[in-house]
Ligand binder design. Structure first.
Ligand code: SF4
Ligand code: SF4
Length: 135
């Protein structure tokens, strides 16, 4: 993971390359577990949390694309964006009268392509607002 302030990139779109589905263990929250339980034995229990199982070198749900894209965990919905309380003017992002600091994993292959990155951030913050009061 190599975090960089979002403003270093003008555009972003997920190009479904699968890099993040192979590179990272996907940590699950309570709500993720509730939603994903219906898919059967797909959890892996670690010392400090619950994760999606892996098959080979990637997430159990990764084929040519994500098999559960509509139900994907919060960590996958947020990636490659990371929301912090502090940073500098390059990470500062004002939304709904709140100041966030937004970083991206510069290894995401979708940085630099697609839509205006600020639109993607607004869409994510809206989703977070709808699904949890404290991002
Ligand atoms: S690395 Fe980026 S572009 Fe590739 S699947 Fe993950 S979010 Fe999408
Ligand atoms: S749930 Fe889907 S998006 Fe998330 S790591 Fe697995 S295959 Fe990738």
């Amino acid at each position: 993971m190599e975090l960089a302030p979002y403003s270093e990139f003008k555009r972003w779109r997920c190009i479904h390359c699968g890099y993040c589905c192979g590179e990272y263990d996907i940590s699950l929250g309570y709500e993720d577990e509730r939603i994903l339980r219906k898919f059967g034995s797909i959890f892996s229990y670690g010392k400090i949390g619950v994760y999606l199982k892996r098959k080979g070198d990637k997430c159990i749900f990764r084929k040519s694309r994500c098999k559960i894209y509509r139900f994907r965990p919060v960590a996958c919905r947020k990636y490659p964006f990371y929301i912090r309380n502090s940073g500098d003017e390059k990470s500062e992002f004002l939304y709904n009268e709140k100041c966030y600091h937004i970083f991206v994993d510069r290894n995401c292959r979708g940085l630099g392509v697609g839509e205006d990155i600020e639109k993607a951030i607004v869409r994510l913050l809206r989703w977070i607002e709808r699904h949890s009061p404290t991002p």
